[in-house]
Structures are given as C-alpha cells and as structure tokens.
Design a protein around this ligand. Structure first.
Ligand SMILES: [Zn+2]
Length: 213
C-alpha cells in the first residue's frame, strides 16, 4: 500500500503515443525505443567495460549485441517494457496466430524477430486480458450456459483494459507501468507507477486512472 506521502510525491507523467508514432510499423517503433532506452543503454555500457557483469536487468550480457545502436538479444530485436504489450498484441492478433491460446502465441513470439524478457509471464497476462479472447472463448469455471458477448463500446473510454507491467528496473523512483487501452479507439496511456510487494489495491489503481486518463 502506498503511503499518502509517496502518492503525493509521485510525479506522474502521461505519455500518449502520438498519431505519427502509431503510423510507424511496429518493428520500427521497437527499434526507435530500443535505441534510447535507459536499461538498454546500461547494457551497452556494461558490454564495453572490461570484466562486465554476467547479468543485468535479467539480460545475460554475453547474449546482448549492439548492432548499429540497436540492442539485440540472442539474435533478436530486444523489446523494451513500454512497448511489450503492443508487440504481444500484434503477434497474438496476426493472421497466423488469430487469437490462439498461450502455447501458440508464445511459440509465435519465439519464432518472431523479437526478444521479450519475461515473455512467458507477460503473454499469459496479456491473454487473460485480451478482449476478443474473453468475448469468444468459453470460461470453464462458470456453469454452462449461453455465452453473452460483451457489448461493443459505443463511445471512447467507455470500455478499457488495464495491465500492469512489473519487474522493471527502478527509474526515477518508478518500477512499473500501468498500460491503459481504450477498447474502441485503441488509444493507449502509459502511467509510470511504483509496484509494492503487497500489490496495488483496486482503489489506488482507480485513483491513478482518474488522475491520469
Ligand atoms: Zn485474443
């Protein structure tokens, strides 16, 4: 639970992807973010020093390679946390994968050009929140009955999905990102936040949303 003081101290900035950015193909956006990401820069620096650390931010330094300013991991384009959801979405929704389950989506990612750190967990979390999968796939825990489709939102920000990206290195006091997506326009907000061990309560999440979106 965050104390009032910490909450006051949270200087929350909202980064809204510009339309221009959205028009770039995803891999170009991944590359662009990869070039300037602080985590990846730290890895680049570590690689240049004598006797580098073996691992940094979960990346095995030995398997990292800087190719003309872009960080590759095991011969794949390394995806940074802020854009990871977009990458998983593109693959999960692609013509080949078509909202398949976890195994197929994870396999498709493994066969893609991207490397996603902690991908196994992130894919599971993404699929639990996938609007289309939730609407079309039966929920086994519930007694059998007619499946009710979720109503299609009529106006922007009527229906949103949220996901916390956690396990990030601390940057400016933040170690997690709350990704909020409007299901109609697919407009996205990234809200830097601080994950605490006990987890963030729904009340705090609601406050963050109210304040930022
Ligand atoms: Zn899906």
């Amino acid at each position: 639970m965050l104390s009032e003081e910490v909450k006051d101290d949270l200087k929350i900035s909202v980064v809204q992807a510009s339309l221009e950015e959205e028009d770039l193909p995803l891999w170009k956006r991944v590359e662009k973010e990869n070039r300037v990401d602080e985590t990846f820069n730290a890895i680049r620096i570590e690689k240049r020093v004598e006797n580098p650390k073996k691992k940094i931010f979960g990346y095995n330094i030995q398997n990292c390679e800087d190719k003309e300013g872009v960080l590759w991991y095991r011969e794949k384009l390394a995806v940074l946390a802020a854009i990871v959801t977009d990458v998983i979405r593109e693959i999960h929704e692609s013509k080949e994968t078509r909202h398949s389950g976890r195994t197929k989506t994870r396999k498709a990612i493994a066969n893609s050009r991207y490397y996603i750190s902690n991908g196994y967990t992130l894919v599971g979390r993404f699929l639990r929140n996938c609007h289309v999968c939730r609407r079309t796939k039966p929920v086994h825990q519930l007694p059998a009955g007619l499946l009710q489709p979720l109503p299609i939102p009529e106006r922007p920000w009527q229906d949103i999905s949220m996901d916390f990206v956690t396990g990030l290195p601390t940057s400016e006091g933040y170690n997690a990102i709350l990704v909020v997506v409007d299901q109609l326009s697919k407009e996205r907000y990234y809200i830097p936040c601080t994950a605490v061990e006990e987890g963030t309560t729904s009340e705090e999440t609601a406050k963050m949303l109210y304040k930022n979106v």
